[in-house]
Design a protein around this ligand. Structure first.
Ligand code: SAM
Length: 220
């Protein structure tokens, strides 16, 4: 069986109806982006048959592409209106960055593993996601050159919210990040920067999640 033999369209519609809308995803911008972006194009060949299963899947370098529901849930939690500059930490396959690129004006994404950053960059270019820039580096330090960001999403689990990300969040901006005391089980936290000052952040718990660890100077 090849990629072309699979009926991705109906599998994708089923995923959107059952796993996204059926579990409460409502933002039309997010639903339309999830409908548009071909998840199969971000997977290794041996995984393509599972492209629209609602589960994380292995990619190169021992990492994972996140479960579609979690991608949609985290992006919805950013409350984007389409005109924002957004930072993603943990490019992985590039899939979530592609979805984000349809919900915001500009996406900067940081990956610490060179082989993943390189292949995500080529794939995003090939598929013409022109408003995404992939940066190789330690995302626990954010990406100062393009700061501030109206939205920041971290797709790996941190022991605590990295200070650099709080600083790079614009006043009024939202940061969505898995935080936990162990490396593999976290709570998804949304931090709102309500003002300019240091103490002006509001934290909300959005529920339990399970991510690979965020490794770096302000991570594990
Ligand atoms: N968003 C990705 C996608 O759509 O495929 C899934 C990301 S995967 C769950 C988490 C990624 O975070 C891995 O690729 C891992 O290498 C990366 N990562 C971990 N620590 C990092 C750090 N300090 N800076 C940047 N990337 C990091």
């Amino acid at each position: 069986m090849t990629r072309r033999d699979l009926d991705y369209q109906s599998a994708k519609e089923l995923m959107i109806r059952e796993h996204l809308m059926g579990r409460g995803i409502r933002d039309p911008r997010v639903l339309s982006a999830m409908r548009e972006v071909p998840r199969e194009s971000f997977l290794p060949d041996e995984m393509y048959a599972f492209a629209y299963d609602d589960s994380p899947l292995p990619i190169a370098a021992g990492q994972t592409i996140s479960q579609p529901y979690i991608v949609a849930y985290m992006i919805e939690a950013l409350e984007l209106e389409g005109n924002e500059r957004v930072l993603e930490i943990g490019t992985g396959s590039g899939y979530a960055a592609a979805v984000l690129s349809r919900c915001a004006a500009q996406v900067c994404t940081v990956e610490r593993i060179a082989v993943l950053a390189q292949s995500a960059r080529s794939r995003l270019e090939e598929l013409d996601y022109w408003n995404v820039t992939v940066h190789l580096g330690d995302g626990t330090l954010g990406w100062q050159e393009q700061a501030p960001y109206q939205g920041i999403v971290v797709t790996a689990g941190a022991p605590e919210v990295p200070k650099a990300l709080l600083e790079q969040l614009a006043p009024g901006g939202r940061l969505v990040i898995p935080v936990g005391v162990t490396q593999h089980l976290q709570s998804l936290v949304r931090v709102r920067r309500v003002g300019e000052g240091e103490g002006e952040y509001r934290h909300e718990d959005l529920g339990p999640v399970r991510f690979v660890p965020l490794i770096g100077e302000q991570g594990w």
